[in-house]
Design a protein around this ligand. Structure first.
Ligand code: XIL
Length: 321
């Protein structure tokens, strides 16, 4: 097709999205209208943004995203309910016992999920619960509640919105087989509690060449497909949820061509797997990508350059769809 959205629709998949931070950039709105039918609020629905102190829910910012979605007929991939990061200090340093923490989790999930019921097509219920070797990541949640925090979170999300598709979301699942096996175990664990899980999100923060913080090149298409199938075989949907493909900056024409081929096979791997329902890229323009701020010397990871010109990566991604 001649846009990402037309392509994904023609391919019979449900969504192509971007991470969204609402800001004064009219070009972003135009690109979203043209290319995407879904977005993930980049930060607005995280715990630190929505419950900065206990029982004090601040919805003003997240409400703008719900309104934006409604106005522009977009799906929201809502993000995220239970995570170790971007938690307010009152949660992370609270020293709560098991029972109190489960209560805090329920209060939070109840408030947010209820508020955005009908706006959220999908929810990332739990984010990043795994270590690289596939064991559970030590966190406030695991250390206080044990692995049961996962099914508990999913049970609560369903209790307050029985329509949204409920996802487990993590990174490096695309190529680290031990971690992918961990995600498969999480799906089984949740189901073993008799609780619903609809999907696994593969963040896909990848690199097209070796950098200080990531192995390169990004996996070949067969590896990507196998990784998606590993959890899809458990009877859940899968999706790429936060795609970016970083490189050592500055970019050169040669690096951008390798990146374009990487985007193409990421897209192609999703379309090769029936249960892969869609893909989200983690932002529009390189100008606002989170990568350079977190991984020094790396970046140029998205589909549009700093001046909103389509990069070779855009055409690669489109070709893969
Ligand atoms: C990132 C945002 O892009 C940044 O703006 C913020 O400062 C930190 O978080 N995995 C996730 C996302 O699930 O929520 C993260 O987003 C990127 C890694």
């Amino acid at each position: 097709g001649d846009s990402l959205y037309k392509g994904i629709t023609k391919a019979g998949r449900k969504f192509v999205g971007t991470a969204l931070t609402l800001r004064n950039e009219t070009t972003e709105g135009e690109i979203i209208k043209q290319e995407f039918n879904s977005f993930t609020p980049e930060n607005a629905m995280k715990w630190e943004s929505t419950e900065p102190s206990r029982g004090n829910f601040t919805f003003a910012d997240a409400d703008r995203y719900a309104a934006y979605a409604k106005k522009n007929h977009l799906q929201i991939h809502c993000h995220t309910l239970v995570w170790h990061s971007q938690l307010p200090k009152w949660v992370s340093d609270g020293g709560f016992d098991n029972k109190t923490l489960i209560g805090i989790m329920e209060d939070h999930i109840k408030a947010i999920v209820t508020r955005y019921k009908g706006s959220c097509t999908r929810w990332d219920v739990v984010n990043e619960a795994l270590n690289e070797n596939g064991t559970y990541r030590s966190s406030l949640w695991l250390d206080t509640i044990g692995e049961a925090y996962l099914p508990i979170a999913f049970r609560l999300a369903k209790k307050y919105d029985n329509k949204a598709k409920l996802f487990y979301n993590d990174y490096n699942l695309e190529y680290n087989a031990e971690k992918t096996a961990g995600a498969k175990r999480i799906v089984k664990l949740i189901k073993s509690y008799g609780v619903k899980i609809d999907g696994v999100g593969y963040q896909a923060h990848l690199a097209s060449e070796t950098t200080k913080t990531a192995p390169g090149p990004a996996p070949d298409q067969k590896t990507l497909e196998a990784a998606l199938r590993a959890t899809a075989d458990e009877g859940v949907d899968v999706a790429y949820t936060e795609i970016d493909v970083r490189l050592n900056t500055p970019a050169t024409a040669e690096k951008l061509a390798v990146q374009a081929a990487t985007y193409q096979r990421i897209a192609a791997s999703c379309l090769a797997v029936k249960k892969c329902i869609g893909m989200t890229v983690w932002g529009i323009s390189d100008k606002y990508s989170w990568i350079p701020g977190v991984f020094a010397g790396e970046g140029a990871a998205l589909l549009w350059d700093e001046d909103y010109n389509k990069k070779p990566a855009y055409y690669g991604f489109l070709k893969g769809i």
